[in-house]
Every structure is written in structure tokens, then in C-alpha cells.
Design a protein around this ligand. Sequence first.
Ligand code: ADP
Ligand code: MG
Length: 593
Amino acid sequence: PSGGMRSTFEARGYTVWDPSSPAFIMRVGDGKTLCIPTIFVTYDGRAQDFKLPLLRSQTFLESAAVPVCQMFDPKVTKVTATLGWEQEYFVIDEALFNARPDLVLSGRTLLGRAATKNQQLEDHYFGSIPERVYLFMRDLETESHKLGIPVRTRHNEVAPGQYEVAPIFEEVNVAVDHNQLLMDVMERVARRHKLRVLFHEKPFAGINGSGKHNNWSLGANTGVNLLSPGNTPSRNLRFLTFFVNTIMSVYKHADILRASIAHAGNDHRLGANEAPPAIISVFIGEALTKLLGQIANGKKTDDAAVQRAIDLISKLPNLELDNTDRNRTSPFAFTGNKFEIRAVGSSQNCAGPMTVMNTMMGLQLTEFKNDVDKLLAKGAEKEEAILMVLKSYIRKLKPILFEGNNYSEEWREEAAQRGLANHTNTPEALEILRSKQAEDFFGKSGVLNKSELEAFLLVQLHAYCTKMDIEAQTLNELVNSSIMPAIIRYQTDLAHNIAALQAIGMGDAGAYQKAKLQRIVTNAAAIKDGLEKLLEGLEKAHAESDLHQEAYLFCNAVKPEMEHIREAVDSLEGIVDDEYWPLVKYREMLFIR
Ligand code: ADP
Ligand code: MG
């Protein structure tokens, strides 16, 4: 999809090799293909992919970060963003996968009653890796290492059938390519083991979905991690500078960050149990919260107190800085020497959120440098100037900091009072990309010009509408051609049985059957009603010419009807003869290994 930047009659893309990401040879059978990471542009050089904006954001970030680093160490001439992703995924048996048209066509189960045992016992999370999956993982690791993907960890995740793989972090562009490549390799290797990998954010209702935590940091060519506190006051002032500026950038651009993780699959996950909420906030832990408090409250004239606070960082044990275990509910958490963006979806290309991270940090560091320079021009000492600016930022950014339970109802209310946005669906979250704010954000940094931004938004909306359409059509067909016929057959059985008992004078013996038939009839009526409204919604959406409005129709007129239908079907799944039920059940997909 070009977002209107190429017309079909001249549907040509132009490519430019990206030498900063290693080429590799993909072997399948006895075939070998040389693959070269490549940028995809239009005839006039406009971005058609995620790679070019990401590379531009890197360049921009570097140009802003190097002068700030040089305030502390003139030897720094290069700064790169680093990314370490954590890829969550489900694995199910291939035959069971193939028996679910919804999984095959839409990547998630559109119907399906929760199994009586789910993740309540956490026995999967804390158990050993099932042997068949283990063999798949070993094979995957070997294939990944052959391609240069530095995969390092394997483990079970919370939901039954859910796992995670994570590599050693790399320079962000290479890490993004490696994640894309890994997802492809995972699918191939799984098939060798007669398994299927599911990357959808919510393949199964009622149990945890999958995310892709993006651990982001900045490294200088002198070998230091700029988000790592050190044991000297000057290292700590540098740490504090990058730390506070990151938080400030999230505070200012939370909406754009939210837009970068908005897509149909993630809508099922964000805000659901065990997934970060759609409200963007930052978690930094008790020790750093206290420290920021001390700095912010320090009297203007008393910078010695602030200096003392900075000295203090070097005395904090590392454990206190890395208190990630205490809050798993935050979408954006400081974890000792990096920030972890937890709201990214498991099926997503990390390049989107990483481009936004780099861009917002670049803009923020530029502003920071200007603010410091202004004070220097007035005759302030360098360290004093840096501290004064940081202090003023800390006072402003308070509303974005949150240490409590991000799942709670109170947080939703408090966040609203603090003025933090809560965009719970994709069309709403994408609104910001139509604003002047977004145009400036991407324009000033040189990451996307106006027409590229417009095209990007169109592509996102188009993907959303198309996915929702496929899901709705699949559901409609599945219910009409499989579910309802099974229900009708079972209804007939029950009716015959009731009539037969009555005929021999044993009508009372049909009480259980009658009650059941009544429940079936009620739910079948709800399904009929839901299907009618679903088709009405689809018709409206198809007739809408404005893409954004179409997305809203899918979200507000189609999606709720899909949920109503599902509710009725899932409750029938629990009472209709198992022999008749046409779909593989959750208990089979999640527990047969
Ligand atoms: P957790 O499950 O607690 O989030 P993991 O060990 O699964 O922790 O993941 C930590 C991730 O952080 C790994 O992917 C690792 O590569 C990444 N990481 C570590 N240091 C950095 C860094 N400086 N920059 C970017 N990513 C990093
Ligand atoms: Mg993590």
C-alpha cells in the first residue's frame, strides 16, 4: 500500500540498499537466496516503508544527542539508539490450527468459549517447557544464529501455550530487521515441527495476549550507555540529563507514541488484563521518584542540595534502580539502564514505535540544549545551568509519572484529571496524526514530510479497515455455514426427544431437554439479531468514502456486533452436544501439546 503516493498504472517502487544492516543468505532446501536489507521509496524519493523513517530518526537523534553528550565528554562523536525486543508468541498444533478457519484467515479466534482451566494455576508459566516446543525452540535458535540474530533467552509465558524469545540488544535498525527476520524464521521452523506460531496480540479471549516489549536506550561511541547511572557525580549528571529528557519527551508526545502502537490487533490487548493500558504514563520506581522530588523541591538558590542528590545516585544500590518487578502494569518503565516500552504489539514492526522514540528524544534534546545555552549566555556555570533546566523540566513532567496499579479504575479517573489521554481504539488513537502537532513533530525532525505522513496515516487506516472487514466477513460465514447448522441439528434432536417422550406419556422426563432448548432458542435469536446488525454495520462502513470515518464505523458499528454474536455462540458452545460442535475448542488448542 502506498497511501496514494504511487498510482497503479505506474506502480513501481525504487530500492536503495541499506549497508548498515547486514545482508544474509536464506537457505530453504537446497535453494539459497541472498537477501539485502533495503529501503523502499517512490520515484521522487518519498518513504514507502518503515526503514527510511527509522534511519532518518536515527540521524536526527544523533545530531541532537551528540552536542548534549559533548557537554559532559568532548570525545563523544556518535550516539546510537539501541533496541532489545522481547517477542511473545503462542504455539499450537498445526492440525488444530488448520481446523480453525478464523485462525487461518484472521490470526485470532473470533469465537471460542474459555476452557474451564486457563492460566489460574500459573502452572504453565512456572512449569518446564513442553518437549515438542523445546525442540522447536532449539531448532529456531540454531537457524537464528546462522542468520546472525543474537537470540539469547527462551521461556514460557503466563498463558497456556504462550512463550517468549529475546535477543541481546543491538543498534536499533539492525535489531528491527532481526526481529522482522526472526518472525519469518519462526513460522518456517514451526511448520517443520508440525506446529504453528501465532503472533496476534489476542489470539484467545479470556487469557493473556502477546506483546513485544521494546527495551530502548542510547549508547555513545565511547562505550557508555547514556541511561546508565554511574559512580561519579558527573556521570550521574549526564545520566540525569538523558533520563529526565526521555520522560519529558514522553510527556510532550505521548499521543504520537500511542498512535505508533495503534492497530486492530493491539486494540484487543491494551487495557485488558495483564496488558498495559492505553493511557501512556512512565514508571521510574521509588528511589528515582524520591530523587526527582528532591531536585524539584530544592530551592532555586540551593543547588548544593541538588548536587548532593546527584551524588546520592552513585550510592543507590543497583537493585533499587532496577525495581522492574514491582510494577508490571506500566506501559513505559525505567528498568535500571534502559526504558521498556511494554505496549508494543507482538505482531508489530518495532520500527514504528522506535522511530517515534528517536524523534521525540531528538526534539527534546534540541530544546534542552537551547535552554541550557540561554542560561550559559547569561553567565551561568555549565553544571548549574544544566541543573536549573532539568529542575524546571522535573516540575513540569510530574503528571506523566505514575507508580501505582495501571489496571485500576482509580488510575483511569486520576489520569483523566491529570489531563492524560486514554485512546482506547485505533481510529481514535490515529487522530493525532492529522494534527499540526504531528506535522511539526515529523516535519521539523525531517523524519516524514507532510505527504509521507498523510500516506502513512492512510496506510494505517486502510490496514485497520481491511483487517476488521476480513474478521467480520469470516465470522459471518463461520456462524452461517458451521455454527448455526450444528445448532439447528441439535435443536431438532432435542425437539424430537421431547416430542417422543410426550407421545409415550412421559412428558415430565423432558424437563432438562426443554430448559436446554429454551436456552438454545434464546441464544439463536440473539445470533440472528447480531448477524443482521453486523451486516448493517458492514454496509455502512463499505459505503463510507472517508477512510477515517470508515474506521470509526468498523470500530463502533461492526466490532460490538461481533462481540454480541460471540457471546451468544460461546454460551451455546457450553451446552450443545460436543459431537456436533464444528470448531476445535480452546481446551484442545491450548492444552494438547
Ligand atoms: P524482562 O523480562 O524483565 O523485561 P528480559 O531479560 O526478558 O527482561 O529482557 C531484557 C531486554 O532488555 C533484552 O531484550 C535485552 O537485550 C534488552 N536490553 C538490555 N540492555 C539494553 C540496552 N542498553 N539497550 C536496549 N536494550 C537492552
Ligand atoms: Mg520485559
